[in-house]
Design a protein around this ligand. Structure first.
Ligand SMILES: Cc1ncc(COP(=O)(O)O)c(C=O)c1O
Length: 396
């Protein structure tokens, strides 16, 4: 997810504007900052481009998820249903609120299965958190209907999917809140950064306070702010926000390029008999950061991943990946925490360790994703498509 590939004059200009004033903090210092408010401008751009009421930019996607969960009132005794295929930050953020991550199977969308989410509900469930993995959407219609039926909140982990949409609405803006990551390897980058978006003003206000030590941000004098709640420091710096501001203005261009490149790769791979593709609940809304496909079985998927690597192409075989798939989340299963957790949380983690996920295994053991670059020229794109099909065909 390579926003960093197109770093250029716009990014440098925005950063330079911050360096000229030397005001690196997003709050206060109204006089010396000479009207430069990069974090605020980034929030306004996100609202405008995603057509959402409120955005709170923070220091990372992990901070965004933690802040959003807190803003939805998630805490000790609550459960959050999330998929077995995601990035570790999704469950880290749940654990940091004191709540229990409850894992549920993914299906051939590579995202949370609505049926598995339903089966994972308990009287303690407060939030269902689908993750729009590899740039594309979960089955949001079914998941939102489940939440409405059961009186739960839908929180979208859209950290990998900025610029995607579902039935014409931006991913991240459909649930009660949604979160993005702008770390170095996302479609748009701040270097490090993230955002919570929501149409609920009260949820946004809580995010605003929580991500800055509970400050109410009401007066012009930061030192005199009141603290209606306890919070933390998840602030973004103006330097990081400046980079993100230049990048977000190019979001449509980045996504259009990704879509064009992905379509060419897919068209080539479609000609290989025996390959199937990840199901997209709304193909038009794919942000197209990866091409994800299935081999007929695990043995051939492993062979294809090896063949791609041998041909010099990056290939994610998620089934073996220790950041993204439950099979290798040993630290979660053993509860390897530096601090002592409440007994009920520790008990819940031992249940995760004991639980098999055969439906997820069946999908993930056959899946491969290959990243889509923004930087390819036409010759490089054709070369990539040819090498990809040749490597995959060689194992079938
Ligand atoms: C699905 C998902 N959630 C959350 C995060 C966390 O984002 P960050 O790296 O900005 O903390 C990531 C980052 O890779 C992610 O992929």
């Amino acid at each position: 997810m390579p926003g960093y590939e197109l770093w250029g004059a716009d990014e440098r200009r925005e950063v330079q504007e911050v360096l000229e004033t030397g005001i690196l903090m997003r709050y206060g210092f109204d006089g010396p900052r000479a009207g430069r408010w990069k974090a605020r401008e980034l929030e306004a751009e996100l609202c405008r481009r995603l057509d959402v009421g409120h955005a709170q930019v923070v220091s990372s996607g992990t901070a965004a998820l933690t802040t959003a969960l807190a803003a939805l009132g998630v805490g000790a005794g609550d459960e959050v249903v999330m998929p077995t295929f995601t990035f570790v930050a999704s469950f880290e953020s749940v654990l940091s609120t004191g709540a229990v991550p409850v894992l549920a199977d993914v299906d051939d969308t590579l995202t949370l299965s609505p049926a598995a989410a339903r089966a994972a509900l308990s009287p303690r469930t407060k939030v269902v958190m689908p993750v729009h993995m590899c740039g594309a959407m979960a089955d949001l219609g079914a998941l939102q209907a489940l939440c409405d039926e059961k009186g739960l909140w839908l929180l979208e982990d859209a950290c990998q999917a900025v610029g995607g949409s579902y039935r014409g609405r931006a991913l991240g803006t459909i649930g009660r809140a949604g979160c993005f990551s702008f770390d170095f390897v996302k479609t748009i980058t701040c270097g490090e950064g993230g955002a919570v978006v929501t149409n609920d003003e009260e949820v946004w206000r809580r995010c605003d306070h929580y991500s800055d030590h509970g400050h109410d941000h009401l007066g012009a004098d930061r030192g005199a702010d009141l603290h209606p709640i306890l919070g933390y420091n998840f602030r973004i710096s103006e330097l990081h926000a400046a980079v993100g501001l230049a990048q977000v203005r190019r979001l449509e261009e980045f996504v259009a390029t990704q879509r064009r490149h992905k379509a060419a790769l897919r068209a080539a791979l479609e000609k290989v008999a025996g390959i199937t593709f990840r199901r997209l609940p709304d193909p038009e809304g794919d942000s197209a950061t990866f091409l994800s496909f299935f081999l007929p079985d695990e043995a051939r998927a492993r062979a294809a991943a090896a063949a791609l690597k041998a041909a010099g192409l990056p290939a994610m075989y998620w089934y073996d990946n220790n950041w993204h798939y439950i099979r290798r989340w040993d630290h979660l299963k053993s509860g390897a925490s530096l601090t002592r957790w409440p007994d009920d949380l520790r008990r819940s983690l031992s249940q995760i360790a004991a639980k098999p996920f055969p439906a997820s295994d069946l999908v993930m053991s056959r899946a491969i994703s290959t990243p889509v670059s923004l930087a390819w020229n036409d010759a490089q794109l054709s070369d990539r498509a040819e090498k990809l099909t040749h490597a995959v065909r060689s194992v079938l």
